[in-house]
Design a binder for this molecule. Structure first.
Ligand code: GTQ
Ligand code: FE2
Length: 352
């Protein structure tokens, strides 16, 4: 970044020491610019390949213990351009849980979600409700809800965890509480939220929950895939082909206040138009083979890969397969940006 041209540089530098005594300062020519015309993100577009992740997950499964106190065994997807986290606001991690293990109960102010990648036989308890975790299911852990996981199956199990932890940290609003008991007691009706709200098209007449708190904790793979298949018969969106967002059934808004979750299909052979928007995105490729071009760099992906897209990066998608569609699970921080009035998007056509 070039230094600002200031005709009073000497005066500014002379004042610095005195101002500092009173916890004050004025802009100095060596400061970076306060504003940039468009966002300059230090986050780097990143691609994680399925085979590398599988090897590393085996390794952490074999070497790292899962101990009481609310610890988790996770492989965090890092970014070379950021001090922590996968994107400026959220962390994506892959959790490994082995047969017989319990990830003990805790709660935190960071909102979290789990998207099941592989395995069967684990369940999670969220605020007393227990849900089996099967491939493709989405389970929410809204802010400050108690949660613990137990693996009763006989093969290692892995899922994607996403937490808005960088956002919560930046606001110095981190709280955490562990539990004496490894698992929570079960509520009398252990799947209440799914029974009442899981249809996605109806809600109980007596619904009186505060609508901004999503009452639905689990979104089954089957229902989400059915919805995507139906929508996939329509003409494609130019930038995203078919993309459906998981919603809060009481408001129609995003499932979590800060994190957007989207199931997306790319029809055979499609090449979407390029665009950019504020907000960061992480894609998990559930099936298919294709490419995503991010600011001119092409990432060739296959099933099990992850791709991270920085804010305001131009991106477009290609399905390389001419007879099957690709399916992607997408996580983004667009709900947080929208609430703050910071969401913007533009087509690559519009760029100068
Ligand atoms: O499963 O509760 O990847 O608390 C990071 C923090 C998972 C969890 C993570 C967590 C969890
Ligand atoms: Fe947690």
């Amino acid at each position: 970044m070039s230094e600002a041209i200031m005709s009073d540089t000497a005066q500014r530098q002379a004042l610095a020491g005195e101002l500092d005594q009173y916890n004050c300062r004025v802009a100095q020519p060596t400061d970076g610019p306060l504003f940039t015309r468009t966002p300059h993100s230090s986050m780097q577009a990143t691609h994680w390949k399925a085979a590398d992740l599988a090897r590393l997950l085996d390794k952490i499964g074999a070497n790292l213990k899962l101990e009481a106190g609310g610890q988790r065994r996770t492989l965090r997807l890092a970014n070379r351009g950021l001090p922590f986290g996968t994107t400026p606001t959220f962390w994506a991690s892959i959790q490994v849980i082995l047969p017989g293990e319990i990830a003990t109960a805790h709660r935190h102010t960071a909102s979290a979600l789990r998207f099941i990648m592989k395995g069967r036989g684990a369940d999670t308890i969220v605020n007393g409700e227990r849900y089996e975790m099967n491939e493709g299911d989405l389970v929410l852990t809204p802010a400050w809800t108690w949660h613990d996981h137990e693996h009763k199956g006989d093969e290692p199990m892995i899922w994607l965890d996403v937490l808005d932890i960088s956002l919560v940290r930046s606001m110095h609003a981190t709280f955490f509480e562990g539990s004496e008991a490894p698992r929570q007691p079960l509520a009398q009706i252990p799947d209440r939220s799914f029974r009442l709200y899981g249809s996605g098209i109806m809600k109980p007449l007596s619904a009186c929950e505060a609508p901004e708190l999503n009452p639905l904790l689990v979104y089954s793979a089957q229902r989400a895939h059915d919805a995507l298949r139906l929508a996939g018969a329509l003409p494609p969106d130019p930038y995203d082909d078919t993309a459906l967002e998981y919603l809060n059934p009481l408001t129609g808004g995003p499932a979590l206040p800060t994190i957007g979750t989207v199931l997306q299909s790319l029809r055979p052979g499609i090449h979407t138009k390029a665009h950019r928007h504020t907000g960061s995105v992480v894609y998990y490729v559930m099936r298919g083979q294709g490419a995503t071009i991010v600011d001119g760099t092409t990432f060739e992906w296959g099933a099990g890969d992850f791709i991270a897209i920085p804010p305001w990066a131009v991106h477009e998608h290609i399905n390389r397969c001419t007879n099957t569609s690709a399916m992607l699970f997408q996580v983004n921080d667009i709900p947080a940006l929208r609430k703050l009035g910071l969401y913007r998007e533009e087509s690559a056509d519009a760029q100068t």
